[in-house]
Design a protein around this ligand. Sequence first.
Ligand SMILES: Nc1ncnc2c1ncn2[C@@H]1O[C@H](COP(=O)(O)OP(=O)(O)OP(=O)(O)O)[C@@H](O)[C@H]1O
Ligand SMILES: [Mg+2]
Length: 327
Amino acid sequence: MSSCFLIWPIPLKNLLKMHMKPIIKINEITKKFKNLTAVDNLTININEGENTAILGPNGAGKTTLVEMIEGIQSPNSGEISILNMNWKNNEKELRKIIGLSLQETRFIDKITVYETMLLFASFYGLKKEKAEEMVILSGLNDKKDSLTMNLSGGQKQKLSLGIALINDPKIIILDEPTTGLDPHARREIWYTLKEQKKKNATLLLTTHYMEEAEFLCQRIIIMYQGKIIADGKINDLLKYHGARELIEFSFYGKKEPQFLFDLPDVKDVNIDFEESKIRLYVNNISKILPIVLTAANKAKFKILDLQCRKMNLDDLFLSLTGKSLNE
Ligand SMILES: Nc1ncnc2c1ncn2[C@@H]1O[C@H](COP(=O)(O)OP(=O)(O)OP(=O)(O)O)[C@@H](O)[C@H]1O
Ligand SMILES: [Mg+2]
């Protein structure tokens, strides 16, 4: 009986991939604004049940991409299908299964939080109890009777998220749902979204926070200049791109730290040198660090602000593009 397992020819990882069903298919889409190509011939599938985060610096094309998926913007070329439907022929059905929050949302100023929720509940034929439930779920019960124009930026974002979730959507698309929120409010939103996972919703979000992507999503897509430059599970991405750990330090003066280039036995080290800051991408800190420190001492080179840590998505992005995700 157990030989069944032993001779099974497909690794479990691939088997799981085979079972992933694309819920959104994006095929060669391009969006241009005059001479600027915001999304550049992009092809990806978003899989059912696989929460996916799109990360990238300002202007990478994240909002343009998700707004095309949401049917708010149209591509110049290419196709998007969602559960084999498209915006041209199936707008009504798609509005029912997608919940979305935009990067910036405008509400009707002179109605209250509760009235806003009631309004959206009525769009979906839902009862007032659902509006009440969503006010509580959004963490806005104490602001229930406040006019939306009097909400703070963070409270508006919470309202926006509540609206996105009101009809228990199958697909939730959120453009920077927690930007500008305090850490406590951000975590509250994360836990609300984790709960949605239990309802078998698929989450697609854009974010500048790698912790958010790591906490909520199994798959990370990194966009840069309208293209995807990395796509996969976070650990696979970090592994695939070589180093797993970082040694960082700065030093006095502008003299090049030549000793680093003459280190013995450092074939697995990539060196990034910028003004008076050094980054060493390595696979074995405990082996490399003593070698670096000894060589620095010998060269009478004064190391400052030494830090050793695991590589993260921002480091990966920096190593791919020379820029920080949050620049
Ligand atoms: N309506 C528009 N007209 C002209 N250019 C636009 C328009 N919308 C977006 N762009 C440009 O397209 C590029 C991508 O913008 P987009 O909003 O998609 O970036 P983003 O990745 O969402 O950035 P951010 O992190 O700042 O939200 C930017 O250079 C932006 O200036
Ligand atoms: Mg954006």
